[in-house]
Write a protein of this length. Sequence first.
Length: 134
Amino acid sequence: VKYKDVTGRIDLLCEGNIGDTYVVELKFSSNPTHTNPLIPWYMRQLTYYTATIALNKLSEVYGILLLMAYNYETYYIKTIKITPEEAVNILDEMEQRASTLASAKFSSVPPPREKGNWCSICTFRSICFSERLL
């Protein structure tokens, strides 16, 4: 998937019998439940992929997050539906985030901290330059 300067790889893209489109994002975890702190990140990635396809096809597209245990015995599923109209705003946000991250990369100035539950498992939590949440 490519939108302007942002690229990514969709795990699975399916077409249904009635012309509906599904973007599937597969993730494996030791915590395949709704309590997994990375779900917001996974859903953001799925949302960007789904919005890109919705805008490209000019139709509604469904996104499916399948979070599975490493042994395949348990799983968690979350779904979204994005219209082309919603996709425009979503991709504007994605482009803004990409620009912010690119600026940070080339200027060596860290981007603003994105607060959330994932802070507790972040590798950089001890050196985070912004307000502490832990």
